[in-house]
Write a protein that binds this ligand. Structure first.
Ligand SMILES: Cc1cc2nc3c(=O)[nH]c(=O)nc-3n(C[C@H](O)[C@H](O)[C@H](O)COP(=O)(O)OP(=O)(O)OC[C@H]3O[C@@H](n4cnc5c(N)ncnc54)[C@H](O)[C@@H]3O)c2cc1C
Length: 342
């Protein structure tokens, strides 16, 4: 059965992760159609191997060679579906580039995804950590997805409830969903579009351009400009975006911290808990712009760890631990990494 699949062996994963970290995969399959998954995972030899599903590699930290099968999701295709009275539905294959998909929806005259412009990676990975930015999360525009379940050898359809979306989280990061391989995602975009300007920096940037009633395209362009100003381009400096999640603490813990650190940046959540700004905590511990070996903290944004050239996954992991330890010693909060460690 191997011969029917274009399996490759001992290949470098460096071009396939935005940190630009060198690691090798024992077996590698570029998956351009969902049927190939079924084919590959019905091969007893391949199915028994440890498996890494890879999209754009923009939320991964490779900590060593991968002694198993990498399934690189590269399926393409996108379409506008009928939808319902309030929403137009758009569907894309898992391997589509996320930002190109957002641009394509805008070109169709459809608003709804513009706040998530320029996030790297694939459409199929967007639900995994419920990607979010500038006041919008995947769950807000999600309709359903299809996923291949290797345990039953068939595709399933999951709605939003089944995906159990939460802040940077979903069922796909937990034991009952980790085995699923997302093959396509359908979004529900509002027919009566309104700009989402909840995020103050975005509203201000539009106002500064004299735009009072923005179009989806103007919102997207403004998001793109802000992101380009604040975040390193992975093609130039290896990184995986925000390296830590913003920690959520109880109201009581937040009050105790505020008594000691009145400048603490915090945002009340609908359930009464408080979300702290991980970047602020890291900055206060003096880490912004500091390096540890070939890994460093981006000078313009303390939440982003970077590969200054030739860093290994262990370099980045060591730096991350040093930051976690310092923040915990000072604030009693353990930062949780956002990227998946492989
Ligand atoms: C510069 C930069 C900025 C970023 N900004 C943001 C941001 O604003 N908001 C945000 O939320 N994230 C952000 N990220 C993180 C990242 O872009 C997203 O998490 C993105 O969705 C990852 O997509 P990917 O295809 O690269 O996933 P990968 O890194 O390839 O994979 C991530 C995880 O998803 C799994 N996976 C991937 N595809 C599938 C699939 N089809 N089925 C099942 N599992 C799969 C992988 O196994 C892995 O566990 C940023 C990253 C960078 C480098």
């Amino acid at each position: 059965m191997h011969s029917e699949l274009s399996l490759q062996h001992d290949i470098s994963l460096r071009p396939f992760n935005t940190f630009g970290i060198e690691a090798r995969a024992r077996h590698y399959l570029r998956v351009t159609a969902a049927g190939q998954l079924h084919h590959a995972l019905h091969d007893p030899a391949l199915a028994a191997l440890p498996r890494l599903v890879l999209g754009g590699g923009s939320n991964l930290l490779l900590t060593g060679d991968f002694d198993g099968l990498v399934l690189h999701i590269a399926s393409t295709g996108k379409e506008v579906l009928a939808g319902d009275a309030d929403h137009v539905h758009v569907r894309a294959a898992a391997g589509e580039n996320w930002h190109e998909f957002v641009q394509w929806t805008l070109a169709q005259g459809l608003g709804g995804l513009e706040n998530l412009a320029l996030i790297p990676g694939t459409v199929g990975a967007a639900p995994i950590q419920n990607i979010g930015a500038y006041g919008l999360e995947t769950k807000d525009v999600f309709h359903s997805l299809t996923a291949y379940d290797p345990t039953i050898g068939a595709e399933l359809t999951l709605d939003a409830a089944a995906c159990r979306f939460a802040y940077r989280d979903s069922v796909f990061k937990h034991d009952d969903g980790r085995h699923l391989i997302i093959t396509s995602v359908t979004f529900a975009l509002p027919r009566a579009w309104q700009p989402n300007l909840r995020y103050a920096e975005l509203a201000t940037a539009l106002a500064e351009q004299g735009i009072a009633a923005p179009t989806p395209r103007q919102v997207a362009n403004t998001v793109i400009a802000i992101r380009q100003r604040k975040l390193p381009d992975p093609r130039v400096i290896g990184n995986a975006g925000s390296f830590f999640k913003n920690p959520v603490v109880s109201a009581a813990q937040c009050a105790a911290l505020l008594a000691r650190y009145p400048a603490l940046v915090h945002h009340r959540q609908p359930d009464g808990s408080e979300k702290l700004a991980a970047g602020w905590l890291i900055d206060q511990c003096g880490w912004k712009g500091r390096n540890l070996g070939a890994a460093g903290v981006y000078p313009k944004q303390a939440l982003v760890l970077v590969n200054n050239g030739g860093a290994t996954g262990d370099d980045v992991r060591r730096l991350a631990r040093a930051i976690q330890d310092d923040v915990e010693a000072r604030y009693g909060v353990r930062l949780e990494p956002e990227p998946v460690f492989v």
